[in-house]
Write a protein that binds this ligand. Sequence first.
Ligand code: PLP
Length: 396
Amino acid sequence: MNYTDRIARQVAGIPRSGIRDFFELVLGRDDVISLGVGEPDYSAPWHIREAAIYSLEKGQTSYTSNLGLLSLRKSIAAYVAKHFSVAYNPANEILVTVGVSEALDIACRALLNPGDEVIYHEPCYVSYSPSIAMAHGVPVVAETRVEDNFELKADAVAEKITPRTKLLMLNFPTNPTGAVQPAGELEKIAALAIQHDLIVISDEIYSELTYGGEDGMDRGEHTSIAGLPGMKERTILLHGFSKAFAMTGFRLGYACAPAELTEAMMKIHQYAMLCAPIMSQAAGIEALEHGDGPVEEMRRSYAQRRNLMLRRFAEMGVPCFPPGGAFYAFPDVRKFGLTSKEFALRLLEEESVAVVPGNAFGAAGEGLVRACYATAFDRLEVALERIGNFVSRLKA
Ligand code: PLP
């Protein structure tokens, strides 16, 4: 059978993730140190795992409300009020999802009609453009640049606004660049959203992992666009447990939004997913209520590894702007005269270190590579040693 014309056009048109393509090359190679996967090297803290175990022991193996356990939604409301200074009603403004991945998908599907345009910033997380396209929307890129420390300039957004623009998608701190957005520029973007009557989807999954102070060891400032004047009513705030709490496998996230938007997303979630796993939701309550200490410990450890990366790249003469958040370094390798992909492939072949070519995150990432430093300190040191050997050969 010829399947080509059976597959939906908007799906057939989506390229496979560049990360996946690259990592098929790494599979089965034990000699490789991977700085590729965007995942904490920690297991979830023990008290969180225990909460999931206890939930099972109690026989909690049922569905929950489609919105998620009310007790979890109450914990989310308290956590978001404390950390983001925005108040959401747990009864109808919070939806528990299967990771931020599902939340992104259903937010797009709930809001987009065919042909609606969505502005998002690149380089960005690989699922943004496909999530828009699968919802029949039109992805429109506003580029961020290394020269601006990958901040999103309000002017770059303004240039892309047309009468068809419906949504603006933001992600700060940003995967893959580690950029954080200064509050002043965020305010200008909020003003644009209000002026042009746009809805904002703000993915703040890395918001706990920020590096401030002289040496990057303090927790940096994070401003949520949802908390700016006039923005709560037009923002869908997405957050989850995967990164800060090291809970990727629990598949748990949430969307906070005005009741009518929450209801629209809930309808898709109800039919496509029904609910997030109950034992993950039980673990989520524990994470939000007692997880701040372990999160801070992990954040400080990432900060040390970030500083190691920056020090070593500087010694190698590889330009790398100091990331203000997440756990990625995004060094600029243009001076070696190789494309991102050539650099990454040769580094893998010659030194057995895997990094992701920057253009896997959009054309604006060309000339850079993403190195995730959520990797054990000693392995990171070896990986950096090997990268040093590689670039000194390139320079010779
Ligand atoms: N958003 C961003 C920016 C990410 O980097 C990731 C994962 O890498 C996700 C969302 C997906 O998160 P989740 O595990 O909650 O689905």
